[in-house]
Write a protein that binds this ligand. Structure first.
Ligand code: CP3
Length: 335
């Protein structure tokens, strides 16, 4: 197996090799994804088919030389399993039939929780048997999942949830505790079925500002504590300045968004991943080649760097441009 990625996670990558994978490396920017997506009206019905998840995971690996695969699924599998019925509305994103905003005493149905997520574990197992790369499993952070369950859609007016949590501290903490326990069993099961590494997406951590540790990081630390220490966990916390909570974090591997300078962290006892703005792929081929060269020069002698983006590849990106960048990085890595 190509273990450059796993070595970098352990800060032992001594290979003069820059491991790379990309957030949302599978998805709508790929014509082969859109072809399969067109045959499936409902996104969740599609991801409940393990063979389809496997195929979608493999698509970018056929096009590009990447150092890790990520299970094709979604962070909203947990609310779906709890009975919140998620739908994806075009140009709007996820929409839930029920939410805490509409119904404060919304019941979360935990019966057969792991059975309802069996499709994720079957997909994990199938993907793992089809690749010779490390596989990344994932979930949303308890706070980010709570945010979706609260609004019933992607949040816009952040003040509403902030007022709510202050007025309902006890029930908020109870829900966050529950989501933490469910995330722990969900991630453990993904690891059991073949995930070599896990990423926690705290996409709405940025809403919290000074309350970040209290309502989000505390629960992520709990997940870290309950998972076997030999399984790496990466934290992606969008919109939070990592430096401000470094001392409070039990997770030591970070996927940076595009707002911070990753270089500030490279010489600390951490692993650093991400940071590139996906808009770089709008540049000329020449620029993309020099970007790959800059990255190789800066980071190939570091043992704790993983090349990746600060947010996911978007549907407008031309996969040929992604290929130009990745091919050049591959060329440099193989010298
Ligand atoms: O290669 C991969 O990374 C694909 C696997 C993946 C998906 N979602 C598939 C998907 C991953 C890692 C995610 C994570 C995810 N999902 C996050 C965290 C990362 C981030 O972007 O902050 C979040 C917040 C979600 C929730 C979600 N799922 C939203 C907001 C949407 C709507 C549109 C979008 O793409 O953002 C989805 C749907 C979704 N999940 C799609 C894909 C490929 C698009 C669905 C479609 O084809 O219509």
């Amino acid at each position: 197996m190509n273990d450059n990625f796993l070595n970098a996670l352990q800060r032992t990558n001594a290979n003069r090799y820059v491991p790379v994978w990309l957030l949302r490396q599978a998805g709508r920017y790929l014509p082969e994804y859109r072809k399969i997506r067109a045959k499936n009206e409902d996104f969740f019905a599609m991801i409940k088919k393990p063979e389809v998840c496997c195929e979608l995971t493999l698509q970018p690996l056929r096009r590009f030389k990447l150092d890790a695969a990520i299970t094709f699924t979604d962070i909203l599998t947990i609310p779906d399993a709890l009975g919140l019925e998620v739908e994806f509305v075009k140009n709007k994103g996820p929409v839930f039939k029920k939410s805490f905003l509409q119904n404060k005493s919304l019941r979360l149905d935990q019966t057969n929780f792991l059975d309802r997520l069996d499709y994720v574990f079957q997909a994990t197992n199938l993907i793992k048997s089809n690749i010779d790369l490390p596989l990344i499993g994932f979930c949303g952070s308890p706070w980010t999942i709570f945010t979706y369950m609260f609004y019933g859609e992607s949040p816009k007016n952040f003040a509403i949830i902030k007022d709510y949590i202050r007025e309902n501290i006890e029930s908020t903490e109870e829900t966050l505790d529950l989501l933490t326990q469910l995330s722990i069993v969900y991630l453990k099961e993904q690891a059991k079925y073949g995930a070599d590494c896990l990423q926690i997406f705290d996409s709405w951590g940025g809403i919290l500002g000074d309350d970040y540790v209290k309502y989000s990081l505390k629960y992520i630390n709990e997940i870290r504590k309950e998972l076997p220490q030999n399984i790496p966990i990466i934290l992606y916390s969008r919109g939070q300045k990592v430096i401000e909570f470094l001392k409070d974090s039990d997770v030591k591997i970070f996927n940076f968004d595009s707002s911070e300078k990753l270089e500030k962290y490279i010489d600390l006892p951490l692993t650093v991943q991400g940071n590139l703005d996906p808009k770089v792929f709008n540049n000329s081929d020449q620029k993309l080649i020099s970007l790959a060269e800059d990255i190789y020069l800066k980071f190939s002698q570091k043992n704790n760097y993983i090349c990746n983006l600060g947010s996911g590849l978007t549907p407008d990106i031309n996969p040929e441009k992604v290929g130009t960048f990745l091919n050049h990085l591959r060329f440099l890595n193989s010298q």
